[in-house]
Design a binder for this molecule. Structure first.
Ligand code: FES
Length: 105
């Protein structure tokens, strides 16, 4: 199901913001040039918000602000410890200024 969650213009390039899509918290990252990616906001390791982490535009990763695991934004897989489990990644579309996220019903 495609859910409209907010405005793309509220996310500066190279940053992430948290949105809720059908009860799921999603960290949406602005990669620039109209490209956005989404992953679970809650880290797979412990209770921490990936939308507050640092984004690496070249690597297309986000670093968990709590213990520093780096997650691949396309696959959701951790590239470094301590996290070993992936977070989910979500297709993000932008129509006009509207962010649309594909989540399960
Ligand atoms: S809470 Fe994210 S790496 Fe520990």
């Amino acid at each position: 199901m495609l859910v409209e969650v907010g405005k793309a213009s509220t996310i500066p390039e190279g940053e992430a913001r948290r949105f809720t899509a059908n009860g799921t918290d999603v960290a949406v990252v602005n990669l620039g040039n109209g490209h956005f990616l989404g992953v679970d906001d809650i880290c797979s390791h412990a209770e921490s918000s990936l939308s507050e982490g640092e984004v690496d535009l070249e690597e297309e990763t986000v670093e968990c602000p709590r213990h520093g695991s780096v997650f691949d934004l396309r696959s959701g897989r951790p590239r470094s410890l301590p996290a070993t489990l992936p977070v989910r990644s979500f297709p993000v579309k932008v129509q006009g200024d509207a962010i649309l996220i594909e989540v399960e019903d």
